[in-house]
Design a protein around this ligand. Structure first.
Ligand code: UDP
Ligand code: MG
Length: 316
């Protein structure tokens, strides 16, 4: 039987928490009654520095029922960091952790399927949205375009998967070796490797309250996703520099031809060529420096170079 922990980041969620906590509780109790998970499974609510009554709600939930645990962050650090805190705190306490948003837009009824897949040997089970009907056209369009761009830039991400997933203790342990400060969880989890699978579900509307992801936070997350997973934008700059430099050579020939034909004003050819050549060279130089910064950048992350999957030692 699986000892399952549910990690729920909460930021100013006083409106949805009373309801969603009860839904999570009855779901877990149901799974315990069916013998799918152990009775010391827990729901862990992570308060991401909320300004409303979220924390006092969590405190009273915990007092009323030991199934609820709470973690409070010192201040608002954003969804990704709150979730990371939850995952890292819980990784040694259970067999598997499912992360889910407090508004329960993701379907808690696929918990069973996630746990089944975990028990049959998957270390990561991604929740994938089958449709995006509840999203506005704008959100659906931008989200899908964004996933495609990330894919083109070489980042391995699961299409239409956000942060609703199950991770085994072993996957979390491996994941804890990724020391990135720039955090885009859904891009890093696939790098852990191990056997994974997906479950599909339909995403519903937020129960109550407003989205805690205004456009500004969303754009910041999107940008984080690109710059923390790919150095291709830097390479693009040096490529542009190279092209402009080549153009300047062509221009040089053109200017020289004009010059010898006597069709120029004095000083024009030399000036025009230097503008192109210097501009191109500068961009190229910036690009090359950028390449190195890109390398340093990846280096400072100190990502693990390999992760051991099996270790055959004296005990087996
Ligand atoms: N959240 C958080 N810190 C933040 C913003 C959001 O922990 O700074 C949590 C929030 O409480 C929710 C989850 O992140 O559990 C997703 O937020 P939301 O549902 O508002 O995003 P949306 O579904 O609109 O993208
Ligand atoms: Mg939501």
């Amino acid at each position: 039987m699986t000892k399952l922990y549910i990690a729920v980041p909460c930021y100013n969620e006083e409106e949805v928490l009373p309801d969603s906590s009860q839904k999570l509780l009855s779901k877990l109790n149901e799974m315990i009654a069916q013998g799918k998970i152990t009775d010391d499974s827990r729901i862990v609510l992570i308060d991401d520095g909320s300004k409303d009554k979220t924390w006092s709600i969590i405190e009273s939930l915990h007092k009323g029922n030991e199934m609820f645990q709470g973690i409070k962050l010192s201040r608002n650090r954003g969804h990704q960091n709150a979730l990371l805190c939850g995952l890292m705190t819980l990784k040694d306490k259970c067999d598997a952790v499912i992360s889910i948003d407090a508004d329960l837009q993701d379907d808690i009824n696929v918990f069973d399927e996630m746990v089944e897949k975990y028990e049959s040997g998957c270390d990561v089970v991604y929740g994938v949205r089958s449709k995006r009907e509840t999203d506005t056209f704008f959100k659906r369009f931008t989200a899908e375009a964004y996933y495609k761009i990330l894919d083109k830039l070489g980042a391995k991400i699961i299409f239409n998967h956000a942060d609703f997933r199950l991770m085994s203790a072993r996957a979390l342990e491996a994941f804890s070796q990724f020391k990135e400060v720039n955090l885009f969880l859904r891009g890093i989890v696939p790098m852990v490797g191990y056997k994974s699978d997906i479950v599909t579900y339909e995403r519903s509307e937020r129960l109550l309250g407003e989205s805690k992801y205004p456009l500004k936070k969303m754009l910041a997350l999107a940008f984080e996703g690109i710059t923390s997973l790919s150095t291709k934008p830097i390479k693009l700059i040096s490529r542009i520099g190279m092209v402009i430099f080549l153009v300047s050579i062509v221009m040089l020939i053109y200017f020289l031809v004009r010059f010898f034909m006597g069709a120029t004003v004095d000083g024009w050819a030399s000036l025009a060529v230097s503008i192109w050549a210097i501009g191109g060279l500068q961009l190229l130089a910036i690009g090359v420096i950028g390449e190195y910064i890109g390398k340093i950048y990846l280096e400072t992350k100190a990502r693990p170079r390999y992760i051991v999957e099996t270790y055959l030692d004296d005990n087996n």
